[in-house]
Design a protein around this ligand. Sequence first.
Ligand SMILES: NC(=O)c1ccc[n+]([C@@H]2O[C@H](COP(=O)([O-])OP(=O)(O)OC[C@H]3O[C@@H](n4cnc5c(N)ncnc54)[C@H](O)[C@@H]3O)[C@@H](O)[C@H]2O)c1
Ligand SMILES: O=c1ccn([C@@H]2O[C@H](COP(=O)(O)OP(=O)(O)O[C@H]3O[C@H](CO)[C@@H](O)[C@H](O)[C@H]3O)[C@@H](O)[C@H]2O)c(=O)[nH]1
Length: 429
Amino acid sequence: MNVAVIGTGYVGLTTAVSLALHGHRVIGIDVDEEKVKQLRKKKSPIYEPGLEEALETVVEQGTLSFGSSLADEAAEAEILFICVGTPESEDGTADLRYLFAAVEELRLLQQHDPRKRAVVVKSTVPVGTGDRVADLLREFASVHVVSNPEFLREGRALRDALNPSRIVIGADHAEAFALMDQLYERLSAEWVRTTRANAEMIKYASNAFLATRISFMNELSRLSAALGTDIEVIARGMGLDSRIGPEFLRAGLGYGGSCFPKDTIALLQVAKEQGVSLGILEQVREVNRTQPSWYVQLMRERLQGLVGKRIAVLGLSFKPDTDDIREARSLPVLAELLEAGALVSAYDPVSAEAVARLYPQVRYAQDVYETLTDADAALLVTEWKDCVELQWDRVKEVMASPVLFDGRNAWPTQIVKRHGFTYCGVGKS
Ligand SMILES: NC(=O)c1ccc[n+]([C@@H]2O[C@H](COP(=O)([O-])OP(=O)(O)OC[C@H]3O[C@@H](n4cnc5c(N)ncnc54)[C@H](O)[C@@H]3O)[C@@H](O)[C@H]2O)c1
Ligand SMILES: O=c1ccn([C@@H]2O[C@H](COP(=O)(O)OP(=O)(O)O[C@H]3O[C@H](CO)[C@@H](O)[C@H](O)[C@H]3O)[C@@H](O)[C@H]2O)c(=O)[nH]1
């Protein structure tokens, strides 16, 4: 099929590449001319495992191309995905300006070239947005508006797009469902066919629930630290109950990224507009907000103050295998450490430059061992493989004192203790 993808960020580029791998003819459209230039040269503007190689393949095959004008370059498309950002606005609601700008361009395209098309909203949008888009396009009888939320995770975006956990389609016409069936015929996943509003709500509810699991475990980790129990063992014991399951029970410094923080506040704002209180979700956000300071306070106690202490921070992106630092927990952690008077060095394989723009006072190292040299303590913030799998003899040799703060409960506790390190995890010691 002929497909256009509007917005070639994490979701749009991944969607475009995966549809092209499935044999569709795809054009990616972005207002950012620099991005388009780079993409035409087969260079991915984002770091995602496997994405650049796949991009190269489909561009060379001629199934994926890029452009900056919907009207001029995407007229052939019968399915048009909207994948633009819906960031948090000042009051916490989802900022829909990019989405409605894209809809305006779609209107112009349709006025020029009125053929049968499906407009598919993949961006995460509040309940009712798809219906608003349908209203704006109502004059074009041949256009269907579909809601098709995306569930991919950064760091494994392409893998998730090619093997989705489920396909959720919200529409109000059999023809629209049939088009989406045809588009995704090569994907094997469970389908949910429903209204646009239900589809939109499924996306927010899923993210809110995952964030809830994390904050639940993080709150419990504080109690676990006080009682001297081990939150990792507790999570394993809980996760073996098939009604609970093992995923998203990892305590740590909290969740970051471009989705959980903004989607939880957007859902709260929608609820507020409806006069409905979502007290659990408010507490989820509060636990996430306070988790970094709770942990830095623990460090302060263990180290008997942080003034003048050399702290080596390992990992800066919001999770491993991505360059994304949006809402990364490293940011409040660095702020707290600097505020407390610590001398901070940091390492991240791909995100150091972006963080350096925000925190120039930190010393950024080229590798883990350089960061750790002369440190009074190490703090793991993001569990990149090269921050987790360390040569412990060497670590001990270069550090000033062998003290480990494991902000992701990812270091091998028994091994580091055998090497003589003092270890403090999140809700385990
Ligand atoms: N990042 C994720 O892991 C993820 C996963 C699922 C859903 N989502 C949702 O998907 C949407 C996109 O997120 P993202 O992380 O890919 O955003 P992003 O910021 O990485 O990319 C958005 C892109 O849209 C482009 N753009 C903006 N207005 C445009 C227009 N009118 N025409 C063409 N291009 C335009 C921007 O230049 C940018 O390249 C958001 O609603 C987000 O909540 C994101
Ligand atoms: O047990 C866990 C699992 C995750 N995290 C943290 O939670 C954040 C988000 O992680 P993850 O969900 O893996 O990454 P995202 O790329 O943000 O993906 C989420 O947000 C996307 C955007 O909406 C959705 O599409 C995905 O389904 C949803 O998992 C990261 O900071 C993780 O460190 C934890 O602290 N503990």
